[in-house]
Design a protein around this ligand. Structure first.
Ligand code: AN7
Length: 392
Protein backbone atom coordinates (compact mmCIF):
# COMPACT_ATOMS: atom_id res chain seq x y z
CA UNK A 1 0.00 0.00 0.00
CA UNK A 2 1.39 3.41 -0.96
CA UNK A 3 1.31 6.28 1.50
CA UNK A 4 -1.24 8.15 -0.60
CA UNK A 5 -3.78 5.49 0.39
CA UNK A 6 -3.97 7.24 3.75
CA UNK A 7 -5.86 9.98 1.96
CA UNK A 8 -8.73 7.56 1.42
CA UNK A 9 -9.25 7.04 5.14
CA UNK A 10 -11.68 9.87 5.58
CA UNK A 11 -13.87 8.37 2.85
CA UNK A 12 -14.18 4.86 4.21
CA UNK A 13 -17.67 5.36 5.55
CA UNK A 14 -18.86 6.28 2.10
CA UNK A 15 -21.66 3.85 1.22
CA UNK A 16 -21.65 2.76 -2.36
CA UNK A 17 -24.85 0.97 -3.33
CA UNK A 18 -23.98 -2.66 -3.80
CA UNK A 19 -25.61 -4.71 -6.56
CA UNK A 20 -26.43 -8.17 -5.24
CA UNK A 21 -28.16 -9.81 -8.19
CA UNK A 22 -31.71 -9.79 -9.49
CA UNK A 23 -33.34 -11.87 -6.74
CA UNK A 24 -32.01 -9.52 -4.09
CA UNK A 25 -33.11 -6.51 -6.13
CA UNK A 26 -36.48 -7.67 -7.46
CA UNK A 27 -37.38 -10.74 -5.34
CA UNK A 28 -40.58 -9.06 -4.08
CA UNK A 29 -41.91 -9.11 -7.65
CA UNK A 30 -40.92 -12.71 -8.40
CA UNK A 31 -43.39 -15.50 -7.71
CA UNK A 32 -44.99 -18.55 -9.31
CA UNK A 33 -48.51 -19.52 -8.23
CA UNK A 34 -48.13 -17.49 -5.04
CA UNK A 35 -44.82 -19.12 -4.11
CA UNK A 36 -41.66 -17.09 -3.63
CA UNK A 37 -37.95 -17.66 -3.42
CA UNK A 38 -37.30 -18.03 0.31
CA UNK A 39 -33.70 -19.21 0.52
CA UNK A 40 -30.35 -17.51 0.00
CA UNK A 41 -30.08 -16.89 -3.78
CA UNK A 42 -27.68 -18.86 -5.94
CA UNK A 43 -26.26 -15.82 -7.70
CA UNK A 44 -23.32 -14.57 -9.72
CA UNK A 45 -24.60 -10.99 -9.37
CA UNK A 46 -26.34 -11.07 -12.75
CA UNK A 47 -28.39 -8.14 -14.04
CA UNK A 48 -27.76 -4.41 -13.71
CA UNK A 49 -26.60 -4.41 -17.33
CA UNK A 50 -25.99 -1.14 -19.16
CA UNK A 51 -28.53 0.58 -21.36
CA UNK A 52 -26.25 2.07 -23.99
CA UNK A 53 -27.48 4.90 -26.18
CA UNK A 54 -26.86 4.39 -29.88
CA UNK A 55 -24.73 6.92 -31.72
CA UNK A 56 -24.11 5.52 -35.19
CA UNK A 57 -27.35 3.65 -35.82
CA UNK A 58 -29.26 6.70 -34.56
CA UNK A 59 -27.36 8.80 -37.11
CA UNK A 60 -28.08 6.39 -39.98
CA UNK A 61 -31.77 6.23 -39.11
CA UNK A 62 -32.05 10.00 -38.72
CA UNK A 63 -31.25 10.19 -42.40
CA UNK A 64 -34.25 7.94 -43.02
CA UNK A 65 -36.51 10.30 -41.10
CA UNK A 66 -36.42 8.62 -37.69
CA UNK A 67 -35.90 10.85 -34.67
CA UNK A 68 -35.74 9.89 -31.05
CA UNK A 69 -33.55 7.75 -28.86
CA UNK A 70 -32.28 4.23 -29.48
CA UNK A 71 -30.88 2.20 -26.60
CA UNK A 72 -29.17 -1.16 -26.46
CA UNK A 73 -29.80 -3.26 -23.36
CA UNK A 74 -26.45 -5.05 -23.34
CA UNK A 75 -27.26 -8.43 -21.83
CA UNK A 76 -23.96 -9.80 -23.11
CA UNK A 77 -22.47 -8.29 -19.95
CA UNK A 78 -24.10 -10.81 -17.64
CA UNK A 79 -21.87 -13.34 -15.80
CA UNK A 80 -22.00 -15.96 -18.55
CA UNK A 81 -22.37 -13.31 -21.28
CA UNK A 82 -26.05 -13.76 -22.11
CA UNK A 83 -29.49 -12.81 -20.80
CA UNK A 84 -30.05 -16.39 -19.67
CA UNK A 85 -28.41 -15.68 -16.30
CA UNK A 86 -31.45 -13.72 -15.11
CA UNK A 87 -33.72 -16.71 -15.41
CA UNK A 88 -31.05 -19.12 -14.30
CA UNK A 89 -30.35 -17.52 -10.91
CA UNK A 90 -34.06 -17.91 -10.14
CA UNK A 91 -34.44 -21.42 -11.60
CA UNK A 92 -31.36 -22.83 -9.88
CA UNK A 93 -32.25 -21.16 -6.58
CA UNK A 94 -35.68 -22.74 -6.90
CA UNK A 95 -34.02 -26.12 -7.61
CA UNK A 96 -32.15 -25.75 -4.31
CA UNK A 97 -35.29 -24.63 -2.49
CA UNK A 98 -37.20 -27.78 -3.45
CA UNK A 99 -34.21 -30.08 -2.93
CA UNK A 100 -33.64 -31.13 -6.55
CA UNK A 101 -30.71 -33.49 -6.99
CA UNK A 102 -29.71 -32.57 -10.57
CA UNK A 103 -30.65 -30.17 -13.35
CA UNK A 104 -31.09 -30.59 -17.09
CA UNK A 105 -31.72 -28.43 -20.15
CA UNK A 106 -31.86 -28.59 -23.92
CA UNK A 107 -30.07 -25.70 -25.54
CA UNK A 108 -28.74 -23.97 -28.62
CA UNK A 109 -25.82 -23.03 -26.34
CA UNK A 110 -26.49 -20.07 -24.08
CA UNK A 111 -28.94 -21.79 -21.76
CA UNK A 112 -26.45 -24.62 -21.31
CA UNK A 113 -23.59 -22.19 -20.52
CA UNK A 114 -25.72 -20.46 -17.91
CA UNK A 115 -27.19 -23.67 -16.46
CA UNK A 116 -23.66 -25.06 -16.17
CA UNK A 117 -22.35 -22.03 -14.30
CA UNK A 118 -25.25 -21.68 -11.86
CA UNK A 119 -25.50 -25.44 -11.25
CA UNK A 120 -21.78 -25.50 -10.48
CA UNK A 121 -22.29 -22.68 -8.01
CA UNK A 122 -25.19 -24.56 -6.41
CA UNK A 123 -23.16 -27.77 -6.30
CA UNK A 124 -25.75 -29.57 -8.43
CA UNK A 125 -24.88 -31.97 -11.26
CA UNK A 126 -26.10 -30.65 -14.60
CA UNK A 127 -26.87 -32.34 -17.93
CA UNK A 128 -26.83 -30.09 -20.97
CA UNK A 129 -28.37 -31.55 -24.10
CA UNK A 130 -27.27 -29.74 -27.24
CA UNK A 131 -27.32 -30.35 -30.99
CA UNK A 132 -24.23 -32.14 -32.24
CA UNK A 133 -23.66 -29.37 -34.78
CA UNK A 134 -24.33 -25.63 -34.97
CA UNK A 135 -23.51 -24.69 -31.41
CA UNK A 136 -21.07 -21.80 -31.05
CA UNK A 137 -17.69 -22.83 -29.68
CA UNK A 138 -17.65 -20.37 -26.78
CA UNK A 139 -20.90 -21.76 -25.41
CA UNK A 140 -19.62 -25.35 -25.41
CA UNK A 141 -16.38 -24.16 -23.82
CA UNK A 142 -18.39 -22.62 -20.99
CA UNK A 143 -20.26 -25.88 -20.34
CA UNK A 144 -16.88 -27.64 -20.27
CA UNK A 145 -15.38 -25.07 -17.91
CA UNK A 146 -18.22 -25.49 -15.42
CA UNK A 147 -18.04 -29.27 -15.42
CA UNK A 148 -21.38 -29.99 -17.08
CA UNK A 149 -22.20 -33.40 -18.51
CA UNK A 150 -22.63 -32.58 -22.18
CA UNK A 151 -24.94 -34.76 -24.26
CA UNK A 152 -24.74 -34.06 -27.99
CA UNK A 153 -27.81 -35.10 -29.94
CA UNK A 154 -27.49 -35.99 -33.59
CA UNK A 155 -30.39 -33.70 -34.40
CA UNK A 156 -31.46 -30.11 -33.81
CA UNK A 157 -32.62 -28.13 -30.78
CA UNK A 158 -36.23 -29.22 -31.18
CA UNK A 159 -35.17 -32.89 -31.00
CA UNK A 160 -33.09 -32.10 -27.91
CA UNK A 161 -35.95 -30.32 -26.13
CA UNK A 162 -38.47 -33.09 -26.75
CA UNK A 163 -36.00 -35.64 -25.34
CA UNK A 164 -35.32 -33.46 -22.30
CA UNK A 165 -39.04 -33.02 -21.58
CA UNK A 166 -39.46 -36.81 -21.47
CA UNK A 167 -36.33 -37.74 -19.55
CA UNK A 168 -36.78 -35.03 -16.90
CA UNK A 169 -40.18 -36.50 -16.00
CA UNK A 170 -38.84 -40.04 -15.82
CA UNK A 171 -35.80 -39.23 -13.68
CA UNK A 172 -37.08 -36.30 -11.63
CA UNK A 173 -34.47 -33.96 -13.04
CA UNK A 174 -35.10 -30.25 -12.54
CA UNK A 175 -35.62 -28.78 -16.01
CA UNK A 176 -34.22 -25.27 -16.48
CA UNK A 177 -35.50 -24.47 -19.98
CA UNK A 178 -37.87 -21.54 -20.37
CA UNK A 179 -40.85 -23.90 -20.04
CA UNK A 180 -39.94 -23.62 -16.35
CA UNK A 181 -41.92 -20.57 -15.14
CA UNK A 182 -39.16 -19.57 -12.70
CA UNK A 183 -36.90 -18.87 -15.68
CA UNK A 184 -39.43 -16.44 -17.12
CA UNK A 185 -39.84 -14.78 -13.70
CA UNK A 186 -36.13 -14.03 -13.63
CA UNK A 187 -35.93 -12.85 -17.23
CA UNK A 188 -38.71 -10.29 -16.81
CA UNK A 189 -36.40 -8.28 -14.51
CA UNK A 190 -34.67 -6.91 -17.61
CA UNK A 191 -37.86 -4.95 -18.34
CA UNK A 192 -37.82 -3.62 -14.76
CA UNK A 193 -34.24 -2.43 -15.25
CA UNK A 194 -35.07 -0.67 -18.52
CA UNK A 195 -37.88 1.25 -16.80
CA UNK A 196 -35.82 1.98 -13.68
CA UNK A 197 -33.02 3.39 -15.85
CA UNK A 198 -35.15 5.47 -18.21
CA UNK A 199 -37.75 6.46 -15.64
CA UNK A 200 -40.44 5.33 -18.08
CA UNK A 201 -41.05 2.53 -20.59
CA UNK A 202 -39.83 2.81 -24.18
CA UNK A 203 -42.35 3.12 -27.04
CA UNK A 204 -41.01 -0.02 -28.72
CA UNK A 205 -38.96 -2.99 -27.57
CA UNK A 206 -37.17 -5.13 -30.17
CA UNK A 207 -35.93 -8.67 -29.53
CA UNK A 208 -34.73 -11.73 -31.40
CA UNK A 209 -37.08 -14.71 -31.07
CA UNK A 210 -36.01 -18.35 -30.74
CA UNK A 211 -37.91 -20.36 -28.17
CA UNK A 212 -39.88 -17.15 -27.57
CA UNK A 213 -39.47 -17.07 -23.80
CA UNK A 214 -37.69 -13.75 -23.59
CA UNK A 215 -40.22 -11.62 -25.46
CA UNK A 216 -42.93 -13.05 -23.23
CA UNK A 217 -40.85 -12.45 -20.11
CA UNK A 218 -40.22 -8.79 -21.00
CA UNK A 219 -43.92 -8.32 -21.62
CA UNK A 220 -44.78 -9.78 -18.20
CA UNK A 221 -42.24 -7.41 -16.66
CA UNK A 222 -43.65 -4.33 -18.36
CA UNK A 223 -47.23 -5.30 -17.51
CA UNK A 224 -46.32 -5.87 -13.88
CA UNK A 225 -44.55 -2.51 -13.62
CA UNK A 226 -47.63 -0.82 -15.07
CA UNK A 227 -49.91 -2.61 -12.59
CA UNK A 228 -47.60 -1.44 -9.79
CA UNK A 229 -47.92 2.14 -11.05
CA UNK A 230 -44.21 2.39 -11.82
CA UNK A 231 -44.83 3.23 -15.49
CA UNK A 232 -47.83 4.75 -17.28
CA UNK A 233 -47.54 3.03 -20.64
CA UNK A 234 -46.19 -0.30 -21.85
CA UNK A 235 -44.14 -0.65 -25.04
CA UNK A 236 -45.11 -2.41 -28.22
CA UNK A 237 -43.21 -5.69 -28.34
CA UNK A 238 -41.55 -6.59 -31.64
CA UNK A 239 -39.85 -9.95 -32.10
CA UNK A 240 -37.84 -11.12 -35.09
CA UNK A 241 -37.04 -14.62 -36.25
CA UNK A 242 -34.57 -15.58 -38.96
CA UNK A 243 -36.24 -16.35 -42.30
CA UNK A 244 -35.03 -19.97 -42.31
CA UNK A 245 -36.26 -20.52 -38.75
CA UNK A 246 -39.48 -18.53 -38.60
CA UNK A 247 -42.23 -20.92 -37.46
CA UNK A 248 -44.28 -18.25 -35.70
CA UNK A 249 -44.29 -15.96 -38.75
CA UNK A 250 -45.14 -18.82 -41.10
CA UNK A 251 -47.76 -20.23 -38.77
CA UNK A 252 -46.40 -23.78 -38.65
CA UNK A 253 -43.37 -25.60 -37.18
CA UNK A 254 -40.27 -25.66 -39.39
CA UNK A 255 -38.83 -29.15 -39.57
CA UNK A 256 -35.28 -28.25 -40.55
CA UNK A 257 -34.64 -24.73 -39.28
CA UNK A 258 -31.63 -23.00 -40.83
CA UNK A 259 -29.94 -19.72 -39.95
CA UNK A 260 -26.44 -18.46 -39.36
CA UNK A 261 -27.69 -17.18 -35.99
CA UNK A 262 -27.42 -20.59 -34.33
CA UNK A 263 -28.89 -19.39 -31.01
CA UNK A 264 -32.29 -18.98 -32.67
CA UNK A 265 -32.11 -22.00 -34.96
CA UNK A 266 -35.40 -23.31 -33.57
CA UNK A 267 -38.30 -24.78 -35.54
CA UNK A 268 -40.93 -25.33 -32.87
CA UNK A 269 -40.69 -22.73 -30.08
CA UNK A 270 -41.78 -23.88 -26.62
CA UNK A 271 -43.36 -20.51 -25.77
CA UNK A 272 -45.04 -19.97 -29.13
CA UNK A 273 -48.53 -19.14 -27.83
CA UNK A 274 -47.22 -16.96 -25.01
CA UNK A 275 -45.16 -14.89 -27.43
CA UNK A 276 -48.19 -14.44 -29.68
CA UNK A 277 -50.13 -13.25 -26.67
CA UNK A 278 -47.40 -10.74 -25.82
CA UNK A 279 -47.40 -9.17 -29.27
CA UNK A 280 -51.19 -9.16 -29.48
CA UNK A 281 -51.66 -7.53 -26.08
CA UNK A 282 -48.95 -4.96 -26.71
CA UNK A 283 -50.02 -4.20 -30.29
CA UNK A 284 -46.67 -5.43 -31.59
CA UNK A 285 -45.61 -8.01 -34.13
CA UNK A 286 -43.46 -11.06 -34.78
CA UNK A 287 -41.79 -10.89 -38.17
CA UNK A 288 -38.61 -12.14 -39.81
CA UNK A 289 -35.34 -10.95 -41.33
CA UNK A 290 -32.85 -12.62 -43.67
CA UNK A 291 -29.42 -13.91 -42.67
CA UNK A 292 -27.95 -11.17 -44.89
CA UNK A 293 -29.74 -8.51 -42.86
CA UNK A 294 -28.52 -10.14 -39.63
CA UNK A 295 -24.92 -10.20 -40.87
CA UNK A 296 -25.04 -6.59 -42.01
CA UNK A 297 -26.15 -5.50 -38.52
CA UNK A 298 -23.54 -7.78 -36.92
CA UNK A 299 -20.76 -5.97 -38.79
CA UNK A 300 -22.26 -2.56 -38.13
CA UNK A 301 -22.61 -3.11 -34.39
CA UNK A 302 -18.99 -4.14 -33.98
CA UNK A 303 -17.40 -1.70 -36.37
CA UNK A 304 -19.59 1.36 -35.84
CA UNK A 305 -21.26 1.16 -32.43
CA UNK A 306 -18.32 -0.55 -30.72
CA UNK A 307 -20.62 -3.19 -29.29
CA UNK A 308 -19.78 -6.81 -29.91
CA UNK A 309 -22.98 -8.88 -30.14
CA UNK A 310 -23.58 -12.40 -31.21
CA UNK A 311 -25.61 -12.91 -34.37
CA UNK A 312 -29.01 -13.66 -32.80
CA UNK A 313 -29.66 -10.21 -31.27
CA UNK A 314 -28.81 -8.68 -34.65
CA UNK A 315 -32.12 -10.14 -35.87
CA UNK A 316 -34.00 -7.84 -33.50
CA UNK A 317 -31.97 -4.79 -34.51
CA UNK A 318 -32.32 -5.67 -38.22
CA UNK A 319 -36.05 -5.89 -37.65
CA UNK A 320 -36.09 -2.43 -36.13
CA UNK A 321 -34.17 -1.02 -39.10
CA UNK A 322 -36.63 -2.69 -41.49
CA UNK A 323 -39.58 -1.13 -39.65
CA UNK A 324 -37.98 2.31 -39.91
CA UNK A 325 -37.21 1.84 -43.60
CA UNK A 326 -40.82 0.87 -44.27
CA UNK A 327 -42.08 3.61 -41.94
CA UNK A 328 -44.04 1.03 -39.98
CA UNK A 329 -43.36 2.64 -36.61
CA UNK A 330 -43.80 6.09 -35.14
CA UNK A 331 -40.95 8.11 -36.67
CA UNK A 332 -40.77 11.18 -34.40
CA UNK A 333 -39.64 11.46 -30.78
CA UNK A 334 -39.65 7.72 -30.45
CA UNK A 335 -37.83 5.79 -27.72
CA UNK A 336 -36.68 2.35 -28.76
CA UNK A 337 -34.87 -0.37 -26.84
CA UNK A 338 -33.17 -3.29 -28.59
CA UNK A 339 -31.91 -6.11 -26.39
CA UNK A 340 -28.48 -7.48 -27.17
CA UNK A 341 -29.12 -10.94 -25.81
CA UNK A 342 -25.59 -12.36 -26.03
CA UNK A 343 -21.93 -11.36 -26.35
CA UNK A 344 -20.05 -11.68 -29.63
CA UNK A 345 -17.20 -13.58 -28.00
CA UNK A 346 -19.49 -16.59 -27.75
CA UNK A 347 -19.00 -17.35 -31.43
CA UNK A 348 -15.44 -16.65 -32.57
CA UNK A 349 -15.87 -18.60 -35.83
CA UNK A 350 -18.65 -16.26 -36.90
CA UNK A 351 -16.41 -13.27 -36.36
CA UNK A 352 -13.49 -14.70 -38.28
CA UNK A 353 -15.74 -15.78 -41.14
CA UNK A 354 -17.84 -12.64 -41.41
CA UNK A 355 -15.55 -9.73 -40.59
CA UNK A 356 -12.67 -8.82 -42.85
CA UNK A 357 -9.55 -9.03 -40.71
CA UNK A 358 -7.01 -6.25 -40.91
CA UNK A 359 -3.99 -8.17 -39.73
CA UNK A 360 -0.50 -7.44 -41.00
CA UNK A 361 2.36 -9.84 -40.43
CA UNK A 362 5.67 -8.00 -40.28
CA UNK A 363 9.32 -8.57 -39.45
CA UNK A 364 10.34 -6.88 -36.18
CA UNK A 365 11.71 -3.86 -38.07
CA UNK A 366 10.82 -0.18 -37.71
CA UNK A 367 10.71 0.31 -41.50
CA UNK A 368 8.13 -2.47 -41.92
CA UNK A 369 5.69 -1.28 -39.27
CA UNK A 370 6.10 2.29 -40.56
CA UNK A 371 5.17 1.21 -44.08
CA UNK A 372 1.97 -0.52 -42.91
CA UNK A 373 0.86 2.40 -40.78
CA UNK A 374 1.57 5.00 -43.46
CA UNK A 375 -0.40 3.07 -46.06
CA UNK A 376 -3.33 2.49 -43.74
CA UNK A 377 -3.52 6.13 -42.66
CA UNK A 378 -3.50 7.17 -46.31
CA UNK A 379 -6.29 4.72 -47.10
CA UNK A 380 -8.44 5.83 -44.19
CA UNK A 381 -8.10 9.49 -45.27
CA UNK A 382 -9.21 8.61 -48.77
CA UNK A 383 -12.17 6.73 -47.29
CA UNK A 384 -13.15 9.79 -45.24
CA UNK A 385 -13.42 11.76 -48.45
CA UNK A 386 -15.78 9.23 -50.03
CA UNK A 387 -19.50 9.86 -49.68
CA UNK A 388 -20.80 7.98 -46.66
CA UNK A 389 -23.09 5.22 -47.88
CA UNK A 390 -25.98 3.82 -45.87
CA UNK A 391 -25.22 0.44 -44.46
CA UNK A 392 -28.80 -0.70 -44.66
C1 AN7 B 1 -28.28 -14.92 -27.76
O1 AN7 B 1 -29.75 -21.26 -25.28
O2 AN7 B 1 -32.79 -21.07 -26.84
O3 AN7 B 1 -36.75 -16.45 -27.76
O4 AN7 B 1 -31.15 -22.83 -25.72
O5 AN7 B 1 -29.12 -17.49 -26.98
O6 AN7 B 1 -36.21 -16.58 -25.32
O7 AN7 B 1 -35.53 -18.41 -26.86
C2 AN7 B 1 -31.16 -19.39 -26.74
C3 AN7 B 1 -31.90 -18.38 -27.25
C4 AN7 B 1 -31.87 -14.89 -28.38
C5 AN7 B 1 -33.75 -16.43 -28.18
N1 AN7 B 1 -30.60 -14.53 -28.29
O8 AN7 B 1 -34.44 -16.22 -26.96
C6 AN7 B 1 -30.80 -21.65 -25.78
C7 AN7 B 1 -31.67 -20.71 -26.48
C8 AN7 B 1 -29.67 -15.40 -27.83
C9 AN7 B 1 -30.06 -16.67 -27.45
C10 AN7 B 1 -32.31 -16.13 -28.03
C11 AN7 B 1 -31.41 -17.07 -27.56
P1 AN7 B 1 -35.80 -16.95 -26.71
Amino acid sequence: MGSEDNNLKGNRNFQQRKWQGIIHEYGDFISVEGEKINIEPVTLLEGNTPLIESVCLAKELRDMGFSGKIYFKYEGLNPTSSFKDRGMTVAITRAKQIGAHATICASTGNTSASAAAYSARANLPVFVVVPEKNVATGKIIQAVAHGARIIRVKGNFDDALSLVRKISDDFGLFIVNSINPWRIEGQKTAAFEVCDTLGFAPDYHFLPVGNAGNIYAYWLGYKQYKALGKINETPKMFGFQAEGAAPIVRGHPVENPETIASAIRIGNPANWKKAELAVKESDGLIDMVSDEEIISVYRFMGEKEGIFCELAPCAGIAGFIKMVKNKKIKMKDTVVVCTITGHGLKDPEATMNLIKTKQFFVEPKFSEIKKVIEEEIKKSKEKDLEMEQHKF
